[in-house]
Design a protein around this ligand. Structure first.
Ligand code: PLP
Length: 551
């Protein structure tokens, strides 16, 4: 045997067996088992795998590719080490952000699509994996109330991707020859000031420009002010500028604000009539966080079969009252790697009318090497050429596993826990809950030092009175210190991981300067979070307050 052939024999064992070989399958499984054992050894009481240490990135960037082969076992063991120091998203004491733990079937969905290495550019390279995309999209369209014989969906690269598709579909309506000629005129995209920053990427990468992304003021509930939207649309259209898209945020990143989609659609339709527009401005719902509340659209709120508490029921119902209008949006973005409890990345872009995708199609002649046969050709219009099947597989696994009931239980639980936390905070006169009208699993709060015994009143002064600007800045610093204390403690296994937003909103005044208001954030996502974890947040915040001095 030639030297290379000896090595090739070894290398063949690195791959899953191409023909039936139970022994080799067992080896594959035991490799995964070892990886899981190694992860298990990293678990302790803290919500973090192993120890969270500082990383020397500059040293790491100088790593060299090895000269020779390594053993599978050694490689896997080294690869698993990269999990060390990461937070455990499912830990009861993790309340960091909108990051879920992934269910076992959704992980297996991803594993299987990787093992078979399907590419859902077309069904020829994915066959039944393509079906997973069609089924998962269909279930989602049905869930939010799109008509199944008119709607469809494709998976893409994250919530950002869903926003990109939404805005692009809108541009195709407003400027039909933009695909060929480029965007040669000003076109504006509207969202609320609480809309996600990914829209900035979208407008700049699409060549629309950040100056043409119009941020509409929000109410104190963090939803878009409809009167302001109407004014801005009127001003834009009457000045001859086209409306590329209106993006409604259905569950904002920081505070779970939900836009009034029904009113947004009304205003859009009014504009079409008033200005006799020859196109209908596209309305995209960025529901990557809020979509899952649709499982409550047909929940029996009067009999409350899942026995949620009154407070939780009211919260969920209030959110549902807005989410139930998702079916009015021309397109909708859904993330499973947020409130769908799937692994990164699993995002679906849904359109109410398939015909909205037609302008996105390229000609078959431009792609002579693909799509000659088969029946499912999403790659003819998707941005991505190669498309992993892991997103749809993970999504489908969870939709089948949890169904409406499972999602109702998880979402009901995290909202219930957040309600208990808010109730606890409300009993302290030195803590103010900022998003007290946004009723999801996220709680934003500010802690005030000794001497301030009406936090709510003090906060309202900080927001609106320029005379309080210096103290507002000091309290921003104070809250950062409180957060840092709790974070350090959590990493040592004492307490709960929280997060921070530098700018929950800005002061209502801008003279002499507009000041961002910092807030500490508890985002409950783990089904394992319980009342002990909630007590731990309250206890740690009190302890942090005792240890923290105002500068
Ligand atoms: C409301 C909203 N839209 C879009 C995004 C972007 O999603 P992704 O990070 O998956 O690209 C986020 C991310 O947090 C978000 O909160």
């Amino acid at each position: 045997m030639k030297k290379y052939q000896t090595l090739l024999e070894k290398i063949r064992d690195y791959f899953p067996a191409p023909t039936s070989d139970k022994m080799h399958d067992a080896y594959f499984v035991s490799t995964i088992m070892h990886a899981l054992d190694q992860l298990d050894e990293m678990k302790g009481t803290a919500p973090v795998l192993g120890k969270h240490e500082n990383i020397d990135y500059s040293k790491s960037s100088k790593e060299k590719i090895p000269e020779n082969l390594s053993r599978v076992e050694d490689t896997v063991s080294r690869i698993v080490e990269y999990a060390c120091g990461l937070e455990i998203w499912g830990h009861p004491n993790t309340q960091t952000n909108v990051i879920p733990p992934a269910t076992i079937p959704s992980i297996v969905g991803k594993l299987i699509s990787s093992t078979c290495n399907a590419n859902i550019i077309w069904d020829e390279y994915s066959h039944r994996f393509a079906l997973a995309e069609v089924e998962a999209s269909g279930m989602l369209c049905d869930l939010i109330g799109y008509e199944l014989d008119k709607s469809c969906g494709v998976f893409t690269f994250g919530g950002t991707g869903t926003n990109l598709y939404g805005v692009y579909a809108g541009i195709m309506k407003a400027i039909p020859d933009a695909k060929k000629k480029g965007i040669r005129e000003d076109v504006r995209v509207f969202t609320s000031e609480c809309g996600h920053y990914s829209l900035m990427n979208v407008v700049s990468w699409l060549g629309i420009g950040i100056d043409n992304l119009i941020s509409i003021e929000t109410s104190r509930d963090n939803d878009m002010r409809i009167d302001r939207l109407e004014e801005e649309l009127e001003e834009t259209i009457s000045s001859g500028v086209k409306v590329g898209c209106v993006v409604a945020t259905m569950g904002t990143t920081d505070a779970f604000g939900i836009d009034d989609l029904k009113e947004i659609i009304k205003v859009r339709d009014k504009m079409v009539g008033e200005f006799d527009l020859d196109y209908v401005p596209h309305v995209h719902a960025d529901a990557v966080i809020g979509w899952v509340w649709s499982v409550f659209n047909d929940y029996d709120f009067s009999n409350n079969p899942l026995e949620f508490s009154k407070r939780t029921l009211r919260s969920i119902n209030d959110s549902r009252e807005k989410i139930k209008y998702l079916h009015l949006a021309d397109s909708t973005g859904v993330d499973f790697h947020k409130t769908g409890y799937g692994p990164y990345i699993s995002s679906a872009f849904l359109v109410k009318n398939r015909s909205d995708l037609e302008p996105l199609y390229r000609k078959q002649d431009d792609m002579p090497y693909l799509y000659q046969f088969g029946e499912y050709h999403p790659g003819m219009f998707t941005l991505e050429c190669s498309r992993a099947a892991d997103g749809p597989m993970a999504a489908l696994a969870n939709l089948r596993l949890l169904g409406r009931e499972g999602y109702r239980v998880i979402i009901g639980h995290v909202v219930e826990m957040a309600e208990i936390l808010r109730e606890r905070f409300e009993s302290f006169n030195f803590i103010h809950v900022l998003n007290d009208y946004n009723l999801g699993p996220v709680t934003l709060f500010r802690v005030y030092p000794e001497g301030i015994d009406d936090a709510t009143m003090f906060y309202s002064k900080e927001v609106s009175d320029p005379g309080f600007s210096e103290i507002l800045k000091k309290h921003n610093k104070y809250n950062r210190a409180i957060f840092e204390f709790t974070h350090k403690e959590a990493m040592l296994g004492r307490g709960v991981t929280l997060s921070l937003t530098e700018c929950y909103r800005k002061t209502t005044y801008s003279e002499p300067e507009e000041i961002p208001i910092l807030a500490i954030k508890s985002f409950i996502m783990s089904p394992f979070t319980d009342e002990n974890a909630i007590q731990a947040v309250a206890d740690k915040v009190l302890e942090a307050r005792e240890h923290t001095q105002m500068e």
